[in-house]
Design a protein around this ligand. Structure first.
Ligand SMILES: Cc1cc2nc3c(=O)[nH]c(=O)nc-3n(C[C@H](O)[C@H](O)[C@H](O)COP(=O)(O)O)c2cc1C
Length: 192
């Protein structure tokens, strides 16, 4: 069942014309080819259903958080997850500095929270003051009413293009209730 009315875009700007005289045609040609591939890549990845989570962090007493669809479970012993964090985000900076992050798995009724932490809805103190949350044992926020949560220690960071792959060792986990919020075909969906 589709829940969001508007098409979503987790889309970073990727195309600009370089007007350098002399090599301008070559550069434009390369960029055009990359642009087409980038669009095909995005269109293909839009067909991949993904859970929507909020990755949260705490730095100098301030909370950060971003909506993410890149969370993957990668190991059971030890329990490890990875999440791709865009290099320019404030949350990535806080995660790398504090070496900790939490994950809140969102439910269908938390679509507004996904919008909030994607920077698409007005927010104070970027986004936490009116979002019900509690603190994990690591002092990092967990969103109330989420369907599952993880407390993670950052154990590895791998540069990957315009993102960093952040690997977290799970130190605590729990589950709640509710149907999942799913990103597919640039919209939010749920299972029933
Ligand atoms: C559905 C959806 C999924 C997203 N997934 C990711 C993701 O996996 N990694 C990421 O870095 N940003 C992702 N974003 C973009 C961030 O949520 C967005 O850049 C956010 O505003 C960054 O906030 P910050 O700079 O306060 O940390 C996603 C956005 C949406 C709407």
């Amino acid at each position: 069942m589709q829940t969001s009315a508007l098409p979503l875009g987790y889309v970073a700007p990727d195309f600009e014309v370089d007007s350098t005289v002399g090599v301008v045609q070559v550069r434009i040609a390369v960029r055009l080819r990359n642009h087409v591939l980038t669009q095909e890549f995005r269109d293909a990845m839009a067909r991949l259903p993904a859970s929507v989570v909020v990755v949260s962090a705490r730095l100098d007493g301030r909370f950060r958080g971003l909506t993410a669809s890149s969370l993957v479970s990668i190991s059971v012993e030890p329990p490890l997850v990875l999440v791709g964090l865009e290099r320019e985000t404030m949350t990535r900076a806080a995660v790398l500095e504090s070496k900790a992050f939490n994950v809140s798995v969102l439910t269908r009724s938390q679509e507004f929270i996904a919008d909030r932490f994607a920077g698409r809805a007005p927010a104070a103190d970027p986004g936490w003051s009116d979002v019900p949350h509690s603190l994990g044992s690591n002092g990092v926020p967990i969103i109330e009413g989420c369907s599952a949560w993880l407390e993670c220690k950052l154990v590895q960071v791998h540069a990957a293009g315009d993102h960093d792959i952040c690997v977290g060792e799970v130190e605590a986990a729990g589950k709640g209730a509710g149907d999942p919020l799913i990103l597919w075909d640039r919209s939010f969906w749920t299972l029933r």
